[in-house]
Write a protein that binds this ligand. Structure first.
Ligand SMILES: Cc1cc2nc3c(=O)[nH]c(=O)nc-3n(C[C@H](O)[C@H](O)[C@H](O)COP(=O)(O)OP(=O)(O)OC[C@H]3O[C@@H](n4cnc5c(N)ncnc54)[C@H](O)[C@@H]3O)c2cc1C
Length: 282
């Protein structure tokens, strides 16, 4: 068995840009990397004799053992992430220059799907915090497709909060899965995708949910126009979400994680039992 501290050399295979400073990275690994959906890997970047490690939730499915997918946003004043967009670093990584190298360690983390929990799932991701839910959803969908009739019926609400509609990484994949669930009402793995955009005022063409992810768990106004999408969804969650029937997983910015936990606490949800959390930064 490999120790989680063993460094596995990694090569940058692809960077899929979502918007400026936000991308899906795929790293080819020299050895098999086994993990569970929800765990994170530590990415180590060495450049000019300086090595910086940072943890990243794994977005790929555990069935992919030689390729690791991470969803990363650039922090302008950060130590590691600006390098992932630096021309020099990318050129060196491409040419295999000894000045620059990547490796990963792990997996670590206990933000795991409780396999024996029969409750329906609510995944709430803010920004890149959707990454562990991509891995979980991919793994569950693979399990469903491998044996549709034996799959224990499950509904997943995936709420993804992003600044803008353009920065909703993975939206095509999630829309496709949600579309399949709608087209096949008997599908045992049913996915409802609810993307919400916090700076919608700059994108008048966006007709979907507006506001932060956590706002969907606030109580709806008693007098609200039923035509407002956010009010309709808030009402739906107010009536539907119960700790007996739903387990909530929330990941990303600490503010979102705390606000979701606080809003649901008033509805009887208890931390760790009914709400699982993974915080990226304060
Ligand atoms: C368990 C875990 C999983 C994580 N998974 C992911 C992931 O999947 N994708 C991802 O992009 N990040 C993820 N992070 C955050 C990541 O580890 C780094 O903190 C982030 O990439 C910034 O690294 P940096 O070296 O560029 O900046 P640093 O030098 O580490 O940070 C500089 C400052 O920026 C703040 N900061 C950190 N992240 C952000 C951010 N996203 N937006 C604004 N400010 C920030 C820090 O608090 C710090 O004050 C995760 C963190 C944890 C603990």
């Amino acid at each position: 068995m490999k120790s989680p501290d063993t460094r596995i050399p990694a090569r940058l295979q692809a960077r899929l840009d979502i918007v400026k400073g936000l991308a899906i990275f795929r790293f080819a690994l020299d050895r098999d990397f086994h993990f569970l959906s929800g765990q994170y890997a530590t990415l180590w970047l060495t450049h000019h004799d300086r090595t910086i490690p940072r943890p990243y939730s794994i977005a790929s499915s555990p069935s992919e053992t030689r390729v690791l997918e991470l969803y990363i946003s650039k922090v302008e004043e950060g130590e590691l992430t600006p390098s992932l967009w630096s021309r020099e670093v990318l050129r060196n990584l491409k040419s295999g220059s000894p000045e620059t190298s990547l490796s990963i360690t792990g997996p670590r983390g206990r933000f795991l799907l409780e396999r024996d929990d029969p409750r329906d799932l609510v995944f709430v991701g803010s920004g890149t915090g959707v990454a562990p839910f991509i891995s979980m959803t991919r793994a569950l969908n693979e399990e469903y497709l491998a044996s549709p009739n034996n799959f224990r019926p499950r509904k997943i609400f995936i709420i993804h909060g992003a600044r803008s509609a353009r920065s909703l990484g993975y939206h095509r994949e999630l829309e496709r899965l949600a579309g399949e669930s709608l087209r096949e009402p008997g599908r045992r793995l049913s996915i409802v995708y609810l993307p919400t955009v916090s700076r919608a005022q700059f994108e008048p063409e966006w007709k979907g949910l507006k506001g932060r992810a956590e706002s969907l768990f606030e109580d709806p106004p008693t007098e609200g126009s039923p035509l407002e999408l956010e009010v309709t969804v808030r009402r739906m969650f107010q009536y539907l979400l119960r700790p007996e029937t739903h387990a909530v997983y929330v990941c990303g910015h600490a503010g979102t994680v705390d606000n979701v936990a606080e809003a649901l606490r008033h509805r009887g949800f208890k931390l760790n039992r009914d709400i699982k959390r993974e915080k990226y930064y304060a």
